[in-house]
Design a protein around this ligand. Structure first.
Ligand SMILES: *[C@@H]1O[C@H](CO)[C@@H](O)[C@H](O)[C@H]1NC(C)=O
Ligand SMILES: *[C@@H]1O[C@H](CO)[C@@H](O)[C@H](O)[C@H]1NC(C)=O
Ligand SMILES: [Cu+2]
Length: 181
């Protein structure tokens, strides 16, 4: 009997730990999918990024032949005008993993002459008001009790929600342990 209970507790703990790890690691997205980072085949990087719901902690991977391409993070104006003269950061390995740590737009272009103009540019946008997956603790969220928060407030509440969710999970574990023992 005690053995069965212990197994149940271990299973619950395992489930909770794995869900916490999934929250903090984020997903890996290869830019351009199988095509990679290239000028061949007229890859539509706008279309590629539009179908992904980027989150903070996600990793963007640029895969390309470093003899022919590179990756530079630039401002919005430089992205629009394909101006690579003062990049925010430069990546040249041909297999560049970039972790997205902030909300909003992250603009990347290839600085080889003509490539950005021909479409080798991508905008990674982490929405400022992400659609968070429903959690069992959503109903106890402080958002419910605050009347009509402004968009800015909603964004900061969303940022606060993640640690609270984790606290909620730990609280659930404690409850389960108390009930069982
Ligand atoms: C490119 O950007 C730099 C710095 O942002 C600026 O000084 C320069 O005038 C720009 N060049 C063009 C052609 O727009
Ligand atoms: C790129 O790097 C990742 C690890 O960061 C590795 O798994 C992958 O095989 C590499 N791809 C190439 C083409 O080297
Ligand atoms: Cu290029």
């Amino acid at each position: 009997m005690a053995f069965v209970l212990e197994n149940t507790v271990l299973a619950v703990l395992f489930f909770i730990l794995t869900s916490l790890v999934q929250v903090s690691i984020g997903e890996v997205h290869k830019v351009g999918d199988s095509a990679g980072w290239t000028t061949i085949g007229n890859v539509d990087y706008k279309q590629w990024s539009a179908k992904i719901n980027f989150q903070i902690g996600d990793v963007i991977v640029f895969e390309y032949n470093p003899q022919f391409h590179n990756v530079m993070q630039v401002t919005h104006a430089e992205y629009r005008s394909c101006n690579a003269s003062s990049p925010i950061s430069t990546h040249t390995t041909g297999n560049d993993s970039i972790t997205i740590n902030t909300r909003g737009h992250h603009y990347f272009i290839c600085a080889v002459p003509g490539h950005c103009q021909s479409g080798q540019k991508v905008d990674i946008n982490v929405l400022r008001t992400p659609s968070v997956a429903p959690s069992p603790f959503a109903s106890s969220s402080p958002v419910d009790t605050v009347p009509t928060p402004s968009p800015r407030d909603v964004a900061s509440f969303s940022a606060l929600n993640k640690p609270f969710e984790k606290l909620g999970w730990l609280w659930l574990v404690l409850q389960i342990l108390l009930v069982i023992f």
